[in-house]
Design a protein around this ligand. Structure first.
Ligand SMILES: [Zn+2]
Length: 96
């Protein structure tokens, strides 16, 4: 039997339940508050995760742009750190 996840409409509590496919959408009681207003969480049914969905597809390409931006800025930061480090070393050597 597949495991479905339900979210309670009254208290937002989520719980898993093993149910047949035929009865998956029948009212189920919330173990937290006893309400039967629980909606099946479709995204987590059967642990079905869409592995073909990359962050890029989800954001329409913005993820790659963000990563590029981060790469560029971190490289610049690294260079600045290197510059500081080498000038510090130079000063150390100079004092010696
Ligand atoms: Zn509840």
């Amino acid at each position: 039997m597949p495991i479905y996840e339900y979210t309670c409409e009254s208290c937002s509590h989520t719980h898993d339940a093993m149910r047949t496919i035929a009865s998956r959408d029948e009212p189920i009681e919330c173990p937290e508050c006893g309400s039967s207003e629980c909606k099946r969480n479709i995204t987590s049914a059967l642990g079905a995760v869409d592995t073909t969905l990359t962050p890029d597809k989800a954001t329409g390409g913005q993820f790659s742009q963000l990563m590029d931006k981060m790469k560029r800025s971190s490289t610049k930061d690294a260079h600045a750190t290197l510059d500081r480090a080498s000038s510090r070393n130079a000063g150390m050597w100079g004092n010696n």
